[in-house]
Write a protein that binds this ligand. Structure first.
Ligand code: TYM
Length: 386
């Protein structure tokens, strides 16, 4: 038995990412791949790539081969609207935007109100649709190109996707989803069907599809890769991120039902401060005297890890903080203050962009160039790729 579990619905224990690459049968993102990407992107790599937050992939080398030959790709990612989004949920969207900016690629964003209604016993469909709307504002705030991005809520766009979904569903039997997702005899039949739907957008264009997401979503792509070629499409390519660890330490994942584990995008500055001061797991020593003498351990310190993964993109500054914390010159309280300031600045800007997003929602979902094309198109007719 492994001492950790990763599925699309659950993360337990402390994840050993190297082991996970072996268990899932994916590949590590190597220096060589990153150097090729850097050349193609014509500039510095995003911090999420540079610092190894995205650590694993499937066929990402083929995306790079295509780019080198002048062929394009499209991007697909998504969100299950189970409640307010936390900072970890933004990670795949931030990198998706980076790819869109660098390569002018189309982006498809699926908001699975159906999945969350089916999956969460206490969630009504009205609530799931409410969170779909709220989460869409957070996603728009990331800053996607309005003419190259289509955001859709499953319960609205289902009519277009249904013919493709049943074609896919016909090739997936119960034994397969039971083995891949751990479904049992008491799983409702809506959830048994759902994986077919999450696969549909990988067939939105005849080009290769790249999915940035955390590693928990990989089981869907395994199924897609077994089916895609029989439909005349490419196997999906994926790049997988690690989880932004919960504030409370490396065990498990951030959870809406345990607010002390996460910073939500809607948390006000005071809440951010209280949560970090109170809950962020510290690699410091129990007393200031000991800390000055022995120094802190940034490798297990969640505040430092959050700076490293996302909030301090300046490599030199990060190194100074690391050295200073390790030597004992910087105290845990000071490190936490630094992170609080970074997060609050980030969230303040996010909130401003989120307010502006209200006026843009119809553009991303209906009126933008790509959105309009996707509503007008028959998805079975691949000659009309946008
Ligand atoms: P959901 O809502 O569980 O998660 C949304 C995205 O966030 C990633 N994620 C994280 N990334 C970094 N740190 C974390 N702590 C963290 N927690 C979650 C997830 O991997 C995901 O990328 N079924 C999906 C919705 C979906 C989707 C997709 C996701 C539909 N199509 C295509 C990715 C790609 C879901 O419920 O995601």
């Amino acid at each position: 038995m492994e001492e950790f579990t990763v599925t699309p619905w659950e993360v337990k224990g402390r994840v050993d990412y190297e082991k996970l690459i072996k268990i899932f049968g994916t590949e590590a993102i190597t220096r060589d791949l990153l150097e090729r990407l850097e050349r193609l992107a014509g500039g510095e790599l995003h911090v999420l790539l540079r610092r190894g937050v995205f650590f694993s992939h499937r066929d990402f080398d083929k995306i790079l081969d295509d780019l080198e030959k002048g062929k394009g790709f499209f991007l697909y990612t998504g969100r299950g609207p189970s409640g307010p989004m936390h900072i970890g949920h933004l990670i795949p969207f931030i990198l998706t935007k980076w790819f869109q900016d660098r390569f002018r690629a189309n982006v498809y964003i699926m908001i699975t109100d159906d999945e969350k209604f089916l999956d969460e016993e206490k969630m009504s469909l009205e609530e799931a649709r409410h969170w779909a709307f709220e989460n869409t504002l957070d996603i728009i705030a990331v800053g996607f190109d309005p003419d190259r991005t289509f955001i859709f809520h499953d319960t609205e766009y289902i009519g277009k996707m249904y013919p493709l979904a049943i074609k896919i569903a016909k090739k997936i039997n119960y034994n397969l989803v039971r083995a891949v997702f751990g479904f049992t005899g008491s799983t409702n039949i809506g959830l048994l069907f759902y994986p077919a739907l999450q696969i549909v957008p990988t067939f939105f264009e005849k080009k290769r599809c790249l999915i940035p997401a955390a590693i928990d979503q990989d089981p869907y792509w395994r199924i897609q890769r077994d089916l895609a070629e029989s439909f005349g499409y490419y196997k999906v390519a994926a790049i997988h991120s690690k989880f932004l660890p919960p504030l409370t330490g490396f065990e498990g994942k951030m959870s809406s039902s345990k607010p002390e584990t996460a910073i939500f995008l809607t948390d006000d500055p005071k809440t951010v401060r209280t949560k970090i001061m109170k809950y962020a797991f510290s690699g410091g020593q129990p007393t200031i005297e000991l800390h000055r003498k022995l120094g802190g351990n940034p490798d297990i310190d969640i505040s430092f890890q959050w700076l490293k993964m996302l909030f301090e993109p300046d490599d030199r500054r990060l190194k100074e903080i690391e050295d200073s914390y390790r030597s004992g010159a910087m105290l845990t309280g000071e490190l936490k203050e630094y992170l609080i300031d970074k997060i609050n600045r980030f969230l303040e800007e996010h909130r401003e962009r989120r307010e502006k997003a209200r006026e843009m929602i119809h553009v991303y979902m209906r009126e933008g160039k790509l959105a309009r094309a996707m509503w007008e198109r028959d998805l079975l007719d691949t000659n009309t790729d946008p």
